[in-house]
Design a protein around this ligand. Structure first.
Ligand code: TZP
Ligand code: MG
Length: 228
């Protein structure tokens, strides 16, 4: 097993790049997020040549080093070309079984899902995690559809065992509800890359996620203690 798969159990804030929204550029955003403690980065770039994708992907991989998982959105060929840690695929991208056959079991594959049925299918097909969304309305992805609400995370969590990463319209103000409802990690694109201080925003998200998690787990421990 890839040692990077072990890191999946340690993720909290998940950076997805967006060169169109970024203030300082994708490489700067990745550098800032990883130095703030972000442990998973997805290179999501829809409008560059394959050659430029490979150049930038290898630079991002170098920044991630051993500290952060490095995934490529959509492009299995680019992921293989730079020996990325894996890919993130949508419902209309390469089918999971074919992607797994090409990439092997050591690589991480994340699948975008919108509901319980897609989540169960992704888990049964061998996905390492699901990206569930959009949780809230967002203008970052024009075809994302309406927000499904944070409570839907709980429903999906009750149906699968692999980690859920929440995405779509997430901000520092609404992210507590996302974690409280069972998301293991979360993506916030515009809330981070549109900021002038990506490092600080990433730190803030990580702190909120960790505080919320420990509040929930001490609450659960309290419950267990009193049930015994
Ligand atoms: N997939 C579902 S929503 C979304 C993607 C890529 C965009 C999320 O961006 P933001 O700015 O965090 O709402
Ligand atoms: Mg895709």
């Amino acid at each position: 097993m890839s040692n990077k798969k072990d890191l999946l159990s340690k993720i909290d804030f998940y950076l997805v790049t967006d060169s169109g929204l970024s203030k300082k550029g994708t490489l700067s955003d990745v550098q800032d997020a990883v130095s703030a403690g972000c442990r998973i980065v997805q290179y999501r770039e829809k409008n560059k040549s394959t050659k430029d994708l490979i150049t930038e992907a290898s630079q991002i991989k170098a920044i991630c080093g051993d500290d952060a998982i490095f995934l490529v959105n959509d492009r299995i060929d680019v992921a293989l070309a730079v020996n990325a840690d894996g890919v993130h695929l949508g419902q209309n991208d390469m089918p999971l079984d074919i992607a797994r056959a090409i990439l092997g079991n050591d690589k991480i594959i994340g699948i975008t899902v919108h509901d319980i049925n897609e989540a169960i299918k992704a888990e049964n097909g061998g996905a390492d995690y699901v990206g569930l969304g959009p949780i809230f309305d967002t203008s970052t992805k024009s075809d994302a559809g309406k927000g499904i609400g944070p409570k839907s995370i709980k429903d999906v969590k009750n149906a699968i065992h692999i980690p859920i990463v929440a995405i779509g319209g997430i901000t520092k103000d609404n992210c507590i509800s996302v974690i409280e409802n069972g998301a293991f990690g979360l993506v916030a694109i515009s809330a981070v890359v549109c900021s002038n201080d990506v490092k600080q925003e990433t730190k803030d998200f990580i702190n909120i996620i960790r505080k919320t998690r420990s509040r929930i787990s001490s609450f659960n421990n309290f419950d267990i203690h009193h049930e015994v």
